[in-house]
Each structure stands twice: as C-alpha cells, then as structure tokens.
Design a protein. Structure first.
Lengths: 373, 373
DNA sequence: CTGAAAGCGCTTACAG
DNA sequence: CTGAAAGCGCTTACAG
C-alpha cells in the first residue's frame, strides 16, 4: 500500500552530464531503472543504436541489417522489452484497441464473439474493449462515434442487429474507423463483413424435418425488420419448396426472438386445424416458448410435436427433452472479424474468410417422425 | 476508402515564424485543423492561455481563477474538445482502461458484471477491456500480469472464482495495479472487495422451504474449494438449524456447478429413502439437472419434489415449471467494483458500498408444500 | 542501412 | 493563480 511513495528517487532536475559518447553507454550495461520496465531508449542505449533503429525492428522494417536486427532483438529478449501500446498509439494516432459494439444479442452470443475476437488478438498488443449501446436512443450513432474517436480505435466489430445499420457504418467511416459487420449476406465490401450462413443452416433443418416425414411444419419467424429473420425464413421456405412442400402463410407467425413471442406464436400455430406436426422456432428462446405451450396443451415432445430451435445457447441442452437446434460458429465469426481488422491487407481476399465454418444442426431429442393421423 | 490520402496537407518542415505574440493568436480564432479534433494546444491558443492552464481545468484543479476557468470552459464546450485519453495516459503512466478478468463464470454473469462496470464508467473517459483466462494454465498469473503492465491498466475487476486467488492479487499489487474482487466474504481490505451476500440469500431459501413445510431437504453444493460453495452451504445449514432442522450429511452432495453434476447429485439424493421433498441446487445449471432426473423418475415438480436454484440465469424462467431461484445483483456488484477503482479515495468508506443491493429469492412455480406422506 | 530532430497530446516539476 | 521547459515512450519526415 506504500507504492505511491517510491517515486521520490532521483530528482529529475539534476543536470545531465553532456551525453557521454557511445562507448560510455556500454560501460553500464544493466542500466534500466529499477522497478520500471525497459523503454525503447534503454534498448537503444544497451544495443548501442538509435531508438529509431530499435523502432524499426519493433515494426519489422526490412531496412535493418540482419546483424543489427539480431543484436537488438537479443537485448529486447534479454530484458523482456515490450513496446508501450499507449505511446505507440499516440504516435500512430491509432490505439491498439478493438471495439465490440452490440445492441442486444443474448449473453452467450456476446461472450462467444468476444472470445473469438480475443483469440485473434492473443499474443498481439491489441485488446478488446466492449461497447453495448441502445439503437433506440436518439444519440445511438453519435455515442458510438464519440467512443471510437475518443479511443482512436483501430476498428470495431459490429454484432447483429446493429451490424445492418448503414447510418452507423457511414459514421464510422467518417470517423476513420475500420469496421467489420457480422451479418447474414453480402451487404458490404467483403473486407467489411463476416457472414454466418443462416440460409444453409435453415435448409438443414428443413431437410431434416422433411426426411423425418413432416409435411405440415409451423415456422416462428424473427422480427421482419431483421436481416436474420429474412434470411432464415427465406432459406427455410426455399429448402422446403425444393422438397415440394409449400410453407403457407397460416403456418408462419412473426415473433420477436423472445420467449414470450414464442409462446404467442406457438399458441397460434397449435390452434390450427390440423395442427402442424413440427414447429421450427427461429431461435432457442422462442423454441422454449413452444415447449411451454405444448406442455400446457398436454402435447408431448416429440411424440405429438417436434421442435427445432436456432442458436444452441445455454438453454437448448437443458430443456426437456433436450432441444435439437442450429449451432452457429459464433466464436469463429468473432475471430475472423477481428482478424480482418488486424490484417486489412488480407481482409478482402480468400472467400474462405467470408464463409469460414459452417453452422450445423445439433440433433438432440426434440424431434421424431410425426404420429400417424 | 481514400481517407489515408488526406494527410498530405501542410508539410511540417516549413519553418515556423518565431511565435507571434499572444495577441496574434486571437486574430485567427477559428484555427483548428480541419478534419482533426481540437487538442489542448488549440484550446490554449483560442482561450489565450497556456496549455498548462487548460490542463488545470481539465483536471479540475482549484488553482484556476474562476473567470479564467469559465473562459476556457466556454472554448472547450464550443469546440467539443475532449482530452485524448491516450496522451493523458502516457503522461500519467496509467491508462484509462479497466480490466474485467475472469476465468469461467457463465456468460450471463460476465455480461451482467460488464454492464455494471460500464454503468460506472459511462460519461467518463474510461473504458472496459475484457480478459478471460484459465486458472489451470501454468502462466495464468504471469499472463494477467503482462496484460495489466502492458496496458498500464487503471485497475481490474476480478470475478469469482479467481477473485479468491491471493497469488494473483499479490502479483497485481506488485504490478502496481489496483484490483477489486467480487467475492463472498471479507477476504481483503474493504476497498478491495465487493461482496455478494450469498449467506443471506441462501437463508432466504431455507426459510422459504421450511415455511412451506419441508423438513427433509436435499442440498447440491458447489465444488468444496470454492468460496461460494462454502458460504452457500454454511449459510443454508445455519439458517436451517435456526429453524430446528439439521442438514444431515446424507442430504448433501457435492457438485461442480455443472448440469451433469446436478444430474448425478439428484440421482443420489432421489435414491434416498425416504426421498427429500425438496432439493436446493446451489446454482441454476445444477437445478436443471435435477429437473432432468425428476423427469426421468416420473416425479412431478413441484407436486412430488420442490426445487430451488441459484443465479436466475437465462435458464431459470424457461424451465418447466419455471424455477424459483436466487437473483444476485451482479450488475450492481460490477458497477460498485468499477466505482471503487475510479474513486479510490471513497473505496474503503461506507459500508453501503460493501453490501449494496441484497440478493433475493425470485419465486416462480417450482415449489409447493410437500405431499402428505 | 542508420540517425538527429521534431512531433503525437498530454502532464509533472519548477519557477514566479 | 499562471506559464515555460522538459518529459511520458513512441513515430514520422528528413537527411545522409
């Protein structure tokens, strides 16, 4: 607790001797102020070069003779020197921070994406700073902008649904801040998006249910303003159509990705006559709502009703019976998004970067062939 | 996309005229480089004071004449000047970042705590940077240390269970980094802890179950090495004893805060003869495991078995029937922890800061009086 | 390939 | 109460 005291050592006002010639520096080789970490000046002195040259090896400039580089690197390693990101940031006019900007996905999504971003920055000098916001507030955009300008962020990762907001991305561009959107389709430059292939995912659900023998399948959609809702519904309808099954309007209800909306949606769907034999809720929360209604109606799952969700969140495996659902490679998406920010030169290339890992169906116990009529 | 080009304006090498007298500065008052934000120098020039004086008003030094302060503040407001945290950090030798360091609590816990910390830093120049780690790795401590030293963090918030690690806090102290532990009892200086009153919480559960008429109550504990497990079990046992009920050893099983361990624990407890009429699982995940087993055994909840959880995570309200559980004010805990870092002068004071909001029981549908024998 | 100077935007330590 | 100088730890822009 008495740390704050030890700074009184060596008053700075003592007039420095008139800078001894290079050789003299070599005479006191261990010269790093105790308690303080080495700086670029220490390394320069100990390696008998200018700090600019040290700077060159830090920044991997090719304009350094190999012998010089090796000698400097040895000193760097010896003292475990790490450049100060704050100082570098100040000089570069860019910090070494990556922002994670989101409105309101579920906690698991945020954490997974964050871990992915952290995977990408591991062993680098970058760090991840979080910035939740509320897209309904009037100063939403300006708030994000203040954030990125103040911190001079290197870039931000935009999670859905605000990743769809073009006004936001324009503001970021104006603030000279790189962004990468996690989204569902090519709504921007390849270097600026990472797409989770939801279309593919829901097609898998469609094929699975149809192969089980379901023909009358209810669908609980997300809010119609969300890209994810559009992609999922579109993809599902298409895949069904490919199997000669039409998703009629009465079988589609719009939800809001919430438990309550799942309950409401299921109530509508299950009051249909004949009832659907399966329901695909386009996220796990809504699927949990379907469980609730089925339970109230005395319908057994999967005996009377098959259910599929989307997310594979903490809920899915805990529901009874455990829910068959789609798992998105969110951590991977986060990792790739951060990677694009760190390596802008490669960001736009390889299509593999755009569709990294595919989402896939996690089959548990909530589906079976429909009961015979 | 052509942003990187516009920096070519005004070559710096042009020799500056020999610094015109003060008055001249007032002659070009709107002088802020276009496209760039105002700096302390701009404000100083426009307010006709030295930058040091501007610095004083930024730092709220009392050593500024009110008239001067007002004049400077007016200029600051006019140009929306915000000091650069990176530059300030460099000069202060401390960044304006607060770290959130955790091993492995559930996603909801992390996110809630983070939002709390963000509540505290809102409208300040601080930001929150996340740092998950793995306490089982040999370089766990040194990894955290590198993180805080490199970024010169203002402070870190330690989430359970690593908040109990004294070796870690010693390393942080050595690195001159303030820390605040979110924990369960007074294991450190008041300024260094925020405690969630788990003892109180579990006492509430005990009283509730006893008042319902339960006498034979099973308990699924957390890992015995965890402080939370000790506090919760101790508090529960004590509260039961106060009601003349003994928590015998056969009624206690140790779990690992996981779903699977909840399943195992419930299997043991429910094979007892006579069976407990209620089970308190010391977190929601384990409670979900109990649901699973009860379901398999054909036991109805709460008809044949009452269940209580702990956390009120995303699961609790979605289980069938919805789970009665303890809600911890995690966001509040996070907020207060961050507050202590930002205001070290007040950190140790008010006992209100140590026990802020109390946890409380959220009663849903998983409990009722025991069936008559 | 290497370095001396000036600068990033702020603060501390002095001086007045 | 106010300011000129030096410094935080790095980089850019030049020069050689």
């Amino acid at each position: 607790m008495n740390r704050s005291r030890k700074k009184a050592t060596a008053p700075r006002a003592v007039p420095k001797p008139p800078a001894p010639p290079k050789a003299a520096a070599a005479l006191k080789p261990a010269g790093i102020k105790p308690g303080r970490n080495a700086t670029i000046n220490d390394i320069a002195r100990l390696a008998s070069v200018s700090k600019k040259t040290v700077s060159r090896v830090i920044n991997q400039s090719p304009l350094v003779q190999e012998a010089t580089r090796a000698r400097i690197q040895a000193v760097i390693d010896k003292f475990g020197y790490v450049p100060d990101p704050q100082a570098r940031g100040l000089a570069f006019r860019k910090s070494f921070l990556i922002g994670l900007v989101y409105d309101n996905p579920n906690a698991q999504y945020i954490v997974n994406c964050m871990e992915g971003a952290l995977d990408a920055v591991r062993n680098s000098e970058y760090e991840v700073v979080v910035h939740p916001c509320d897209r309904k507030k009037p100063d939403f955009i300006s708030g994000v902008r203040r954030f990125v300008e103040r911190q001079k962020l290197r870039g931000v990762i935009l999670l859905p649904p605000i990743s769809e907001n073009d006004e936001l991305t324009r503001a970021l561009e104006a603030a000279d801040c790189t962004y990468v959107r996690i989204t569902y389709t090519h709504i921007d430059d390849p270097a600026r998006i990472v797409i989770s292939n939801d279309r593919l995912a829901v097609a898998e659900v469609a094929n699975y249910l149809v192969s089980l023998g379901h023909k009358r399948i209810g669908y609980i959609a997300g809010p119609s303003g969300f890209r994810s809702a559009i992609e999922r519904l579109g993809g599902f309808r298409e895949a069904l159509a490919a199997r000669q099954i039409t998703l009629t309007n009465e079988l589609i209800v719009e939800g809001g990705y919430t438990y309550e909306s799942g309950v409401t949606g299921a109530e509508k769907l299950l009051s249909l006559n004949p009832r659907p034999t399966a329901i695909f809720a386009s996220n796990d929360e809504m699927a949990a709502g379907v469980y609730r209604v089925a339970n109230k109606l005395g319908l057994s799952i999967p005996g009377d009703l098959s259910i599929v969700g989307f997310d594979d969140g903490p809920l899915a495996a805990r529901l009874l019976p455990p829910l068959t659902t789609i798992k998105l490679p969110i951590r991977e998406l986060g990792r790739i998004a951060a990677h694009k920010i760190l390596h802008p030169e490669a960001a736009g290339s390889t299509h593999a970067m755009v569709t990294p890992l595919e989402p896939h169906l996690v089959i548990r116990d909530s589906c079976q062939p429909p009961a015979k009529a």
